[in-house]
Ligand binder design. Structure first.
Ligand SMILES: C[S@@+](CC[C@H](N)C(=O)[O-])C[C@H]1O[C@@H](n2cnc3c(N)ncnc32)[C@H](O)[C@@H]1O
Length: 469
């Protein structure tokens, strides 16, 4: 048997591992004779006993059975559901260490995948709040909550978060440390009411049950509160009882909605929305720009850090007032509207019709007449419009995790803006795309990670490029 055929680890084997680092996505990395082993729910510095459950030629995957030695910087997670709930994977690392880990991942991808050897990436900008930063949370009702211990066995109802990789398993939560404290109070009130009135949690396997989701939104700068209860049917009389109870306990709720979802898919969006109280929307601000947020609308979930992210993007555009800007993948127009006051004209491009509708309404509400939104798939719609609209001096892109379609890269290169700002939620596709631009006409000026989601493995990054002269 030669070296390359040597069996280093086998599927089903228990093995002691030193966790060296975190890979992008949050799995720990250990090495055995050069073979990378990815381990779930661990942190660098731990020694663990783990079981190999997948073995491929170039890597293996394992899950931890026991922590044999703690990491020197490991801390006690705040949340009792840590390790079970899918929300916070890094809560047992001090926040400063989370930032260093995420920065290291971005730097590694930029240098290795992007080919920018030695390119310096500064430490990720910390979120102003490491806890209670989320302005929106979606919880799911279940008729059989995840049992952490035998005492839970007879619980007929739960309200909480999905367990990673299990669409049908929900861990019941009494506190979620990512959302505002008032949202926890409302969540517990709704759960107590549900228990008292014997609501039947919706079963995603059998599709039997009534109560599906509780979606809470909070306006960071306005203190508006939206409570959206998603159910299978509209029970008019019972909803009046619910409304009366919740509004007298929390008169500060500005909008109460009952969304009806009869579909099988497990999404917290209704086909019909019944406004039980208030206008059915809340408002919040990003910088000077005010937004109307409906139950189904996308809005950045960490308001204060979104402002930091957009300031970074604004810095990258270096706007003086006379420029034409394209905001590609503009969603509800948050970046476009943030930049509009500093530019001559902004064109936003977006695939989803309802987002474009929202963006147009938001622009109108803010009295901005130098913004135009164009609906369509960017792989076609940019090239279809470039002859009709003014050429861009600056382009900002904020694509989904898959990064830029090759057509979009080619079309941006054809437009040839002086400056390009890339806002990314996936540093690996960011690194790939930066390489494409820099192999052609652009030079990479800076890469700044911004931590929008403390305790999770996600990281946002803003990269600045300028056209070579
Ligand atoms: C990461 S979000 C950015 C949203 C916005 N910039 C913000 O900060 O709120 C990506 C956006 O790209 C849109 N999108 C995804 N694929 C697209 C495509 N092929 N063409 C145009 N837009 C697309 C999504 O609907 C989503 O609104």
């Amino acid at each position: 048997m030669n070296d390359s055929e040597k069996v280093i680890v086998k599927k089903g084997e228990n093995i002691e591992l030193e966790i060296e680092s975190l890979a992008f996505g949050g799995k720990g990395v250990a090495k055995v004779d050069g073979l990378a082993i990815f381990v779930e729910r661990v942190v660098p510095g731990q020694r663990v006993l783990a079981r190999i459950f997948k073995k491929k030629k170039s890597f293996a995957e394992a899950y931890p059975l026991e922590v044999l030695r703690k990491a020197p910087n490991e801390i006690e997670p705040k949340c009792p559901a840590f390790g079970t709930c899918g929300g916070c994977r890094l809560q047992n690392l001090a926040y400063e260490d989370q930032l260093l880990e995420k920065t290291r991942q971005v730097r590694d991808l930029v240098q290795r995948v992007g080919g920018f050897a030695d390119f310096e990436v500064p430490t990720a900008l910390a979120s102003p709040d490491a806890f209670h930063y989320r302005n929106k949370m979606e919880f799911t009702f279940t008729p059989n909550p995840w049992r952490n211990h035998p005492d839970d066995e007879d619980e007929p109802l739960g309200l909480g978060q999905h367990i990673p990789g299990r669409f049908d398993k929900i861990v019941h939560l009494e506190t979620c440390y990512l959302q505002k404290p008032i949202m926890n109070e409302i969540m517990n009130f709704v759960f107590a009411f549900a228990e008292k009135h014997k609501w039947e949690g919706y079963n995603t396997r059998t599709h039997v049950g009534w109560a599906r989701n509780l979606v809470l939104r909070y306006g960071e700068h306005t203190d508006h509160i939206m409570v959206n209860l998603v159910t299978k049917t509209y029970e008019k009389e019972h909803m009046q009882v619910f409304k009366q109870a919740i509004m007298s306990a929390f008169p500060q709720i500005t909008t109460l909605i009952n969304s009806i979802n009869t579909r099988l898919a497990d999404v917290a969006v209704g086909e019909k929305e019944i406004f039980l109280h208030g206008p059915g929307v809340i408002r919040d601000r990003l910088g000077d720009a005010e937004f109307e947020i409906s139950a189904g609308a996308f809005f950045q979930t960490n308001t204060r850090q979104a402002e930091v992210l957009y300031e970074e993007a604004l810095k990258g555009t270096d706007l003086k007032g006379g420029e034409v800007v394209y905001d590609l993948y503009c969603g509800t127009g948050t970046i476009a509207l943030f930049l509009a006051k500093q530019a001559r004209k902004v064109y936003g491009f977006e695939l989803i019709a309802s987002a474009v509708k929202n963006a147009r309404r938001n622009a109108k509400a803010q009295g901005l007449d130098n913004v135009e939104f164009i609906l369509g798939d960017l792989k076609d719609v940019l090239s279809q419009n470039v002859d009709r609209i003014e050429a861009a001096d600056v382009i900002v892109v904020d694509p989904p995790r898959a990064g830029l379609h090759q057509n979009v890269v080619d079309d941006i290169l054809k437009v040839g803006p002086k400056r390009l700002v890339y806002v990314s939620c996936n540093p690996s596709t960011l690194a790939r795309d930066l390489k494409l631009f820099c192999e052609s006409d652009y030079e990479l000026i800076s890469v700044q990670p911004v931590d929008m989601f403390p305790h999770t493995t996600h990281i946002e990054t803003v990269a600045q490029l300028v056209k070579k002269v």
